[in-house]
Design a binder for this molecule. Structure first.
Ligand code: 5GP
Ligand code: ZN
Length: 137
């Protein structure tokens, strides 16, 4: 049993914002900002590794629609789009989802910003080359 599948099949309550044939956008029940939305495929996929490419395209298109709704209706011009895959990455619901997190001036969501500010690992040219050579096609 999966809580997001239950939301899709109507067994669990949710606050739906937008839906189409293959995707659903609804309010996160523990929002970290006013208007925090989750976008999911209606079919169950655990994470990015099992996601179907076409459905993934549909999900990101719905994410864009949601950002437009937030802009038009809530005046939001800044947003973080976050997707966690796997336990170590803090995925807690194992039905693929993207978080759309509205950002406002002085919103105290510093933990998101801190990921990118002064948190980079020390790496040299050899490391960069090693990583590039391992990963590139
Ligand atoms: P994750 O940590 O897997 O990236 O995010 C899971 C998200 O799902 C969390 O932000 C959590 O608040 C949300 N969530 C968990 N259970 C429910 C639920 O029953 N309803 C809704 N709307 N959101 C949920
Ligand atoms: Zn599911």
């Amino acid at each position: 049993m999966c809580i997001f599948c239950d939301i899709i099949n109507g067994k669990a309550k949710s606050y739906k914002i937008y839906e189409n044939k293959s995707t659903l956008a609804f309010l996160d029940i523990y929002p970290i900002s006013y208007g925090h939305i989750l976008v999911i495929p209606k079919k169950h996929y655990e994470n990015i590794y099992s996601m179907d490419n076409e459905i993934l395209t549909e999900v990101i298109k719905t994410v864009k629609t949601v950002t437009e709704l937030l802009k038009e209706k809530l005046g939001i011009n800044d947003v973080n789009i976050i997707n966690s895959n796997g336990r170590i990455a803090n995925q807690t619901v194992f039905h693929y989802h993207m978080h759309v997190i509205p950002r406002r001036e002085n919103d105290n969501l510093d933990f998101i910003d801190e990921w990118w500010v002064n948190k980079y690992i020390k790496i040299n040219d050899t490391n960069f080359n090693e990583i590039m050579n391992k990963l590139k096609n």
